[in-house]
Structures are given as structure tokens and as C-alpha cells.
Design a protein around this ligand. Structure first.
Ligand code: NAD
Length: 487
């Protein structure tokens, strides 16, 4: 068993209660790591440490000095990518080859936001009254609560951590109880990168109460959350109790719209990337295939053929293409959706069941043809399940694409350049790919329309979520004025 500690105030600590819990490797089914079971009292200590760093050494550092820390952290992640990728695989069953690629690229987020840390500028504002010089300052919002889910914990944490550090904030991070180890392993790099004690704190806990206590903590100034829409609503309400701003990155049920003129081989490949990569456990999973009736059979056949050849197995093996579902509750949830799909009359082109020969939590990649009213087509499965419906004209395709409470992502597949851009403009989602799927970058805004979230992460404006604007008025004449008038 590997032992992990929390990071609070620059020290590696156990939970105050001394309690621990164990993290299970979903591939082997064995518990592999001992994790501190932090509770509200640990959250209180972490928030106090973050406040003290904000009011102390970190808060006094210039953007140039913060940028240097961020650059060092980015470099350290690159050097430690293998160790961190293995932690992610052990925790969540994701493919080593995907996680290694993700970790090798992760430093890029810190380098990108390091480039912004020393460019946070206010403006000189024209005043209608010549007696005043007015300017704005962009100041860090303060102590941030960052709460993350179990799929890609380090990537989704980084969407918050890199910009908030660039802005000059401090943070308490609470990773998911289902995949806590990689964030604790990552925390070991914080001191090496030169961040003052208390700038970054990590608290883990088995109970969801730990996250709830953090989200509603009166000592934090901003809440940044990635997770399910249902939890996101609770988090938003808790933040609002303190009138704290909140960034929410939530669930999705993203459409992939395929026109009859599309390159069907490329579309099939994009569908596989969209819904079977990461065993379908991504917020941006392209889980609804909306395909022109003329090419439905051909495309479903192509995707089903590729699904049949997907190599399931040990996520550490280089040839494996799909690992297990990340944990037992999620495994049961996915199988429940497959039962429901059968009950509601879905046609199964491939899969539809657990892959019991491999033990633990394997589910076959599944390709279904369904009705737009079917549960599996409407709700977020968060597993390797593609549900196809057909359309006959462009208006119907757009209507189907937008007929969802979610709006995280989507794609359009067509060779018609006019139509590609036209449809991209009409899909109500935060990201639309044309003839592509599942590409992201630190420089590109990411986030959801509708119930997929609130606010944007990444990109030049990603840092705004962690800054307050202050207006400063300077009286220029030195004279006295009528105190009973405004301005
Ligand atoms: P979840 O909502 O169950 O948990 C997310 C985090 O919130 C965990 O750390 C959990 O401990 C914590 N939490 C639970 N209850 C809480 C509460 N009341 N207050 C504060 N924190 C609380 O989500 P999950 O199952 O870990 O992750 C899967 C979900 O995340 C999916 O819906 C997926 O679409 C979504 N997701 C979204 C994005 C995105 O960027 N939009 C990315 C990845 C995952």
C-alpha cells in the first residue's frame, strides 16, 4: 500500500482525526493507496493556511515572481510525468498511454498562464470630471476552493490552478474520494517549485461532507468546481450563501451531427474518439450520434466494426485501447443505462453488456440505435455508450442537437464548408468541432452553455475568473469641494 499525505500550510499532514480511507485500483480491484480522511476541521486548517499565504508571502509577490514559480512547476510536471501518470492509472483505470500524453502536455498550462501572470493590467479611465485621475487595478480575488471529479483529476484541477496562481490567489483543492491519490502526489511538486507555504493546499476526504464544507466555507472568496450537474447546483447554492462567485464545469450529452456528404471513415474515427476514448468517462463525450438517415446504416456499421476491434484490458499495456470503468458505482450506473436501453427498445449494433471475461469493471463499447425520447439518449451515461438517431434535413438536425438540457460540446461532420460553419454557429454549446473531436488547449476557452456550467476555463480570459476589478479615484486639485454633492 502506498501512503499519501495532505498538504496544508506547506506541511505534509494526516487528517486531524487520524482517520484514513483506501483507494481502489479499478483494474486489479485491489486497494492500493492509503489516503487521509480529512473532514471539516482539516478544511478549516487549510482555508486558514491559504488565507495566511494570501495575506503574507505569496500575496506580496509580483506577477513576475509568480510567473517564475509557475514556469518551474510546469517544468517539474514534465520531469515527473511518468510517476503522475501511473498514479492516475492506479486511481481511475485510465490508459497509461493517454495519461502519459496528458501529463506530458500538462506543464503547457502552467507555462501558458505564467505568460499571463506578469501582464495583468488595469486601465486609465477617462473621467467626465477633469479634477480626477481614474484608473483600475486587477487584484486577485483571494482564497479559492477548487473541487474536482475523478476523471482526469490533474487536468481538471490544472484548469483552475494555473490561472488562479497566475492571478495571485491561493487555493484549497479537494479531489474526488474516488481518485484522490494523484492530486496528493502532485502536491509534492509545489514546494519544489518555490511556492510559499499555504499557497496551495490539498484536503482529501471520503465523505462528500468534506467538499460541501469547503464549498460553503465563509473563509473562501471564490469556488471553482468540476463535477456533475446535480452536485454543481448544490455547490453553486453553497457559494451563493457567502455571495461568492462560482465557476461550474458540469455534465454533458454532446451531439455529433453527421451529414450524408461527410467522410464517414473520419466521422467513425471521431465518434470512437468522442465516446470510447477514456472509456467514455469524459464530460465532453460525444455520446449522441445524430446522423442523416441515408448514411445511418453505413456509419453505424463502421463504428460497430471499430468497437468490436477495440482492445480492452490492462490500462498499463501499450496496446490496450479501453480500460475499465473507474469505480463500482459508475460501473453499476452504466449497466443500469444499458438495461434501460433494452427495455425501451434500443437496437444494439455492438456491445450492450459487461465484459465479464476480464473481471472487475469492464463494459463493452456499445453502439445503439434509439429514439430521441430514450433515457440512454437523453441522460449522461458517462461510459462507453453511443446512441444514434436519424434526421432528414438540416433544421431537424439542429433541433435534435439542441434538444438537451446540456450544452458542453458538439461536432459537425460534413465536407460542405458553408454548412460546417453554419451548424457550428447554431449548436448551443461551449465548444464545437468541425470534422474533429476531443481537442483542447490551454489557450482555448472551455465551458458549458445551459446546464453544462457557468463561466469559462482556459484561454486569455481564463484568468478573469480569479481577478477583481478595483477603481481608484485620485483628486488632482487638492482643493475642497461641496460635501453634499456627488462626484
Ligand atoms: P460529482 O459531482 O459526484 O463529484 C465531484 C466532486 O464534488 C468530488 O470531489 C466530490 O467529492 C465533490 N462533492 C460531492 N458532493 C459535494 C457537495 N455537496 N459539495 C461540494 N463538493 C461535493 O462528480 P463525479 O462523479 O466525481 O464526476 C463526474 C461528473 O463530472 C460528470 O457529470 C461529468 O460530466 C462531470 N465533469 C465535467 C467536466 C467539465 O469540464 N464540464 C469535466 C469532467 C467531469
Amino acid at each position: 500500500m502506498e501512503q499519501f499525505s495532505m498538504l496544508i500550510g506547506g506541511r505534509s499532514v494526516d487528517a486531524i482525526s487520524g482517520k484514513t480511507f483506501e483507494s481502489q485500483n479499478p483494474y486489479t480491484g485491489e486497494n492500493w493507496a492509503t489516503i487521509p480522511d480529512g473532514g471539516p476541521e482539516d478544511v478549516d486548517a487549510a482555508v486558514a493556511a491559504a488565507r495566511s499565504a494570501f495575506e503574507g508571502e505569496w500575496g506580496a509577490m509580483t506577477g513576475f515572481a509568480r510567473a517564475a514559480c509557475l514556469r518551474r512547476l510546469g517544468d517539474l510536471i514534465g520531469q515527473d510525468a511518468e510517476r503522475l501518470a501511473k498514479l492516475e492509472v492506479n486511481d481511475s483505470g485510465k490508459l497509461y498511454r493517454e495519461m502519459l500524453g496528458q501529463l506530458n502536455g500538462l506543464g503547457g498550462w502552467y507555462h501558458y498562464f505564467a505568460g499571463l501572470a506578469d501582464k495583468i493590467e488595469g486601465a486609465q479611465i477617462p473621467s467626465p470630471n477633469p479634477n480626477y485621475l481614474v484608473y483600475t487595478r486587477r487584484e486577485p480575488i483571494g482564497v479559492v476552493a477548487a473541487i474536482t471529479p475523478w476523471n482526469s483529476p490533474l487536468l481538471l484541477m490544472t484548469f483552475k490552478l494555473a490561472p488562479l496562481l497566475a492571478a495571485g490567489c491561493t487555493v484549497v483543492i479537494k479531489p474526488s474520494e474516488h481518485a484522490p491519490a494523484s492530486t496528493l502526489g502532485f502536491a509534492e511538486l509545489i514546494e519544489k517549485a518555490g511556492f510559499p507555504a499555504g499557497t496551495v493546499n490539498v484536503v482529501t476526504g471520503l465523505s462528500r461532507e468534506t467538499g460541501a464544507h469547503l464549498a460553503g466555507h465563509p473563509g473562501v472568496d471564490k469556488v471553482a468546481f468540476t463535477g456533475s450537474t446535480a452536485t454543481g447546483k448544490h455547490v453553486g447554492q453553497a457559494a451563493m450563501e457567502n455571495l461568492n462567485p462560482v465557476t461550474l464545469e458540469l455534465g454533458g450529452k454532446s451531439p455529433q451531427v453527421v451529414f450524408a456528404d461527410a467522410d464517414l471513415q473520419a466521422a467513425a474515427n471521431g465518434l470512437v474518439a468522442g465516446v470510447f476514448a477514456a472509456t467514455g468517462q469524459t464530460c465532453m463525450a460525444g455520446s449522441r450520434l445524430i446522423v442523416h438517415a441515408d448514411v445511418h446504416d453505413e456509419l453505424v456499421r463502421l463504428v460497430a466494426e471499430r468497437a468490436a476491434s477495440i482492445k480492452l484490458g490492462n490500462p498499463m499495456d501499450a496496446e490496450t485501447e479501453m480500460g475499465p470503468v473507474a469505480n463500482q458505482p459508475q460501473y453499476e450506473k452504466v449497466l443500469g443505462y444499458l438495461d434501460k436501453a433494452r427495455e425501451e427498445g434500443a437496437t444494439i449494433a455492438y456491445g450492450g453488456v459487461a465484459e465479464e471475461s476480464l473481471g472487475s469493471y469492464f463494459v463493452q463499447p456499445t453502439v445503439l440505435s434509439v429514439k430521441p425520447t430514450d433515457t440512454v439518449y437523453r441522460e449522461e451515461v458517462f461510459g462507453p455508450v453511443l446512441s444514434a438517431v436519424t434526421f432528414t434535413d438540416e433544421d431537424e438536425a439542429i433541433k435534435l442537437a439542441n434538444d438537451t438540457p446540456y450544452g458542453l460540446a458538439g461536432a459537425v461532420w460534413t465536407k460542405d464548408i458553408h454548412r460546417g460553419h453554419r451548424i457550428a454557429g447554431k449548436i448551443r454549446a461551449g465548444t464545437v468541432w468541425i470534422n474533429a473531436y476531443r481537442a483542447i488547449a490551454p489557450s482555448v476557452p472551455f465551458g458549458g452553455f445551459k446546464q453544462s456550467g457557468l463561466g469559462r476555463e482556459n484561454g486569455l480570459n481564463g484568468i478573469d475568473a480569479y481577478l477583481e476589478t478595483k477603481a481608484v479615484w485620485v483628486e488632482l486639485t487638492g482643493g475642497t469641494r461641496d460635501p453634499f454633492t456627488l462626484g
